[in-house]
Design a binder for this molecule. Structure first.
Ligand code: URA
Length: 239
């Protein structure tokens, strides 16, 4: 692992300015491997050295990956003039410079949004070539027929002749409720698929991405960090 300046490390990991990081060092509040740090530009190995600030050990992470259960009326953007953004829902201790939502849900869609500062990873997850599964639960206005399910499974044509890849489709309890697993991410895809069936989406929730399901214990608006093991599940593409 490449060595890093201590002030830069503190600034990145604690999401504070470089000046605030220097201030912590100046006040003798930072230790490296148990000894008080005195130099802003002391070189540390983030993976090997143990760094504490104000008595608390810093758990080094190169990147951060967050699972958010998005509520309705919040937009998947880094900033917005009118609406609350998903980033504003992230608690202080998980915030970092460069965070962004990897993939978008519509404003009225709820459920799993992945938020990260890892551009390469997000690109992989989002790349149409990787065909990462996204599973949705939808409530439709009208009942879903066997014929609808067959159309969805064989690859339905939505407006303007655009053909979708075959989707997994099963009704979910009630006849107007469906689990839909998509291998692509066309704009408003679930809503447009429903429209192609002469139906309408009343409620839409994303319940998994890749092999990783939304943590049911997260209430709408809540988020938590994704573990290393879960990250591997996310990376399970269906090529
Ligand atoms: N499909 C939609 O129509 N909307 C979403 O937010 C996600 C998938």
């Amino acid at each position: 692992m490449q060595k890093q300046r201590l002030d830069k490390f503190l600034s990145n990991q604690l999401n504070i300015s470089r000046n605030d990081a220097k201030e912590l060092i100046k006040k003798r509040l930072v230790t490296v491997n148990g000894g008080t740090a005195k130099l802003f530009d002391m070189k540390i190995d983030p993976e090997k050295d143990s760094v504490s600030a104000e008595g608390k050990e810093i758990k080094y992470r190169e990147h951060i990956y967050i699972m958010l259960n998005k509520p309705a009326d919040v937009v998947c953007a880094t900033r917005d003039k009118l609406s609350e953004t998903v980033l504003e829902l992230i608690p202080e201790e998980l915030r970092r410079e460069g965070l962004f939502p990897a993939g978008r849900l519509d404003k009225d869609t709820v459920g799993f949004v992945l938020i990260t500062d890892d551009g390469g990873f997000a690109h992989d997850i989002l790349s149409p070539r990787k065909h990462v599964d996204k599973k949705y639960f939808a409530v439709l206005e009208k009942n879903i027929t066997e014929h609808d399910i067959e159309l969805l499974k064989s690859g339905i044509t939505i407006d303007k002749g655009e053909k979708c890849l075959p989707a997994e489709a099963v009704t979910a309890g009630k006849q107007n409720e469906i689990f839909l697993t998509l291998r692509e991410g066309k704009y408003h895809q679930v809503k447009r698929m429903a429209e192609a069936l002469g139906n309408k989406v009343l409620y839409l929730k994303r319940i998994s991405i890749g092999g990783l399901a939304l943590d049911e214990s997260l209430k709408e608006g809540e988020s938590r960090e994704i573990t290393k093991e879960e990250l591997n599940l996310l990376k399970k593409y269906n090529n």
